[in-house]
Design a protein around this ligand. Structure first.
Ligand code: WT7
Length: 631
């Protein structure tokens, strides 16, 4: 596998990847184990869109994790698991041990009727079995869809129904800090409205009482008890789906982003090795949850394809105290540490004391993902965690891109505070003006697009290809539109400016404003609502909701509480608005469109530049909203 070694090497590879992309990607893909080599490297057009990589190639991604690596790495640690409770022993699974678990569980899935192409929902805590479940699906060609275990039963049911999944893999409960969450009970509630789930496999984790429905629900330990540990890998086409991952967009319900076997495999390993400059024997830790794309690409697939040791952590950064991350780094001698700006800011707020007991001298590379990292957090992270001598990779990418697109390669290309910096070889980002014309040169700003396909890009949105076209390929003809604004600074480094659509980024979690509005509107007394993002010290963005309610003699405080409850029920606690303001009307244009710009300004507490409001349908409401916000 090609690992870039120097700045000159990067420049050379980048050039080559643009001038001769097929030769460039062929050479990288050749380091994998293919059952049958591809006929053509890439076939694509961005109109429909129709993108195929490594056309007619046959492979199984788990063979590339196990059979390809076992000869040299069988006894090497694949997964180190650190439990929520510091006192609970950590678990190390070697590649051999993980392989055995994956094959055994794969056979258990088969015995329950799961076959190639079936969809399987994984709704689990951060335990090694979550990775085992994903890999077991991949082994037999079933399409996994991991749903973050913080989502509510109704959000879970929506996802099960959207992809018509046959099975849910879950646990009895989930330990998170001081809390123990009754996961199976949430699944039971979801299953009241699912239309396709035939069976449920339940991992025992917290040992709470759960009810198992006869003939439908089975314990994990029972289904693996008599299963064989030999399971041949299903032969997959490069373009067969590997997984579906639901993510929020600017409109409607979350969409199922589809990633395929060949391209995703090639790009996650390539990007993992190059961005983190992983070396054999290193211990790598990404703190994300497997419910997000970061967990898929950079806890499970990228590292394991690379034969790396990947650490999985069950808990939260502040339990039992704000030193937990640092304790785990010292305990397992972590070499690469990858986390989110929101975690950094939250921990920074505790000061330097929680850091004092720890050396952190194993660290070689630190990374950031999920949202723009502000300069203050960047410097704190670089100085106090990286001790000033670890490259900090600020990695920009998306669920849809499958892998890291713009980032420094640790220690190879320069990093600059708050800048994602340079595209990886093979990635061709451009900045466009509102008409979609490329803006060249430095010191420019606009919308970020990608003009050439890359192996791990989204292929479709499950069950609705037109939505994929509308969301990503129709804003600018012939380009993939990211939804982000970006700047190329005077040195040519890319800085991500944040979303330019109706998507907000709360603690690195993506939320559609429309989705939150729909949830709020489920409250029987809500007439209409409008949701915007606003700057939040820790979360990056907070959720601000303006709500028109039928008050029915209720107090504002109780209504606000109920609305927050409703959102928790419909989506989950991560979507709970930080601020709810009850209003009598929303500022609208004469054509009835909500003027979100005004609402954003008020939420930001900046009313200096509201623009001309006199042409609004209801100009008076603006003053009322300003007053109501206490400004
Ligand atoms: C959106 C994608 C990619 C894994 C986690 C989030 C924002 C992501 C960065 C970064 C600035 C970033 C973008 C992007 N984002 N990384 N390094 N700097 N912004 O995945 O949920 O698909 O969200 O997160 O706005 O579009 P996601």
């Amino acid at each position: 596998m090609l690992k870039v070694q120097s700045l000159g090497g990067y420049i050379h590879e980048y050039q080559k990847s643009v001038t001769q992309p097929e030769i460039f990607w062929d050479r990288i893909a050749e380091s994998f184990h293919w059952k049958k080599k591809w006929d053509k490297t890439v076939e694509w057009e961005f109109k429909t869109p129709d993108v195929k990589w490594f056309v007619n190639g046959k492979l199984n991604i788990t063979e590339n994790i196990f059979e390809r690596n076992l000869f040299t790495l069988g006894d090497a640690p694949a997964i180190i698991w650190e439990a929520n409770e510091p006192g609970e022993a950590s678990v190390t699974l070697t590649y051999n041990a993980l392989f055995e678990k994956v094959c055994t569980f794969a056979n258990a899935l088969k015995a329950k009727g799961i076959k190639k192409g079936d969809r399987v929902i994984i709704y689990m805590p951060m335990v090694p079995e979550a990775a085992v479940a994903m890999l077991a699906c991949a082994r037999i060609g079933a399409i996994h869809s991991v749903v973050f275990a913080g989502f509510s039963s109704s959000a879970l049911a929506d996802r099960c129904n959207d992809c018509q999944a046959k099975m849910v893999i879950t646990s009895d409960g989930n330990f998170r800090g001081t809390k123990s969450i009754p996961v199976k009970a949430v699944v039971d509630e979801a299953l009241e409205t699912t239309t396709s789930i035939e069976s449920v496999i339940v991992l025992e984790r917290t040992k709470i009482d759960v009810s198992l429905k006869e003939g439908r629900d089975f314990w994990w330990h029972d289904v693996v008890a008599n299963a064989s540990s030999e399971c041949p890998a299903e032969i997959m086409d490069s373009e067969d789906p590997l997984f579906i991952l639901y993510t929020s967009g600017s409109t409607g319900k979350p969409k199922g982003v589809v990633h395929t076997c060949g391209g995703y495999m090639v790009y996650t390993q390539y990007s993992f090795l190059n961005v983190f400059q992983y070396a054999p024997g290193d211990v790598y830790w990404c703190t994300a949850d497997v419910g997000w794309i970061t967990g898929h690409s950079y806890i499970v697939y990228g590292p394991l394809l690379s034969g790396a040791t990947t650490l999985m952590f069950e808990g939260v950064p502040t339990y039992p105290n704000a030193g937990r991350f640092w304790e785990v780094i010292d305990k397992h001698k972590v070499n690469q540490f990858y986390t989110a700006p929101t975690a950094i800011r939250a921990l920074q707020a505790f000061g330097l004391e929680p850091l004092e007991p720890y050396k952190l001298d194993s660290l070689k590379v630190i990374g950031s993902v999920g949202e723009p990292i502000n300069e203050e957090a960047w410097h704190w992270y670089h100085t106090h965690i990286g001790k000033g001598n670890c490259p900090l990779v600020d990695t920009w990418w998306q669920t849809e891109t499958g892998g890291i697109m713009v980032s420094a390669l640790a220690g190879i290309t320069p990093n600059k505070p708050a800048h994602a910096s340079l595209p990886l070889p093979g990635i061709q980002p451009i900045i466009v003006d509102p008409d979609g014309n490329e803006i060249t040169g430095n010191n420019v700003q606009g919308n970020l697009c990608i003009k050439y396909p890359w192996p791990s890009m989204i292929r479709t949105t499950y069950g609705d290809h037109d939505r994929c076209k509308q969301e990503y390929f129709s804003t600018y003809e012939g380009l993939y539109f990211t939804g982000d604004g970006a700047k190329r600074d005077h040195d040519g480094y890319i800085r991500i400016l944040g979303r330019v659509d109706d998507v907000i980024n709360v603690s690195g979690h993506r939320m559609g404003t429309a989705e939150v509005e729909n949830a709020i509107n489920e409250h029987p007394l809500v007439v209409e609502s409008a949701v915007v993002g606003y700057p939040h010290d820790i979360k990056g963005q907070g959720i601000y909701a303006y709500v028109i309610c039928d008050m029915e003699n209720r107090s504002e405080a109780s209504l606000v509480n109920e609305i927050r409850q409703t959102v928790t029920q419909i989506i989950g606690p991560i979507a709970k608005p930080d601020a709810i303001q009850i209003v009598s009307g929303l500022p609208k244009t004469r054509s009835g469109k909500i003027m979100r710009r005004i609402l954003r300004k008020v939420a930001e507490k900046d009313i200096s530049n509201l623009g001309d409001t006199s042409t609004l349908l209801n100009p008076d409401v603006v003053d009322e909203i300003i007053k109501g916000a206490g400004l």
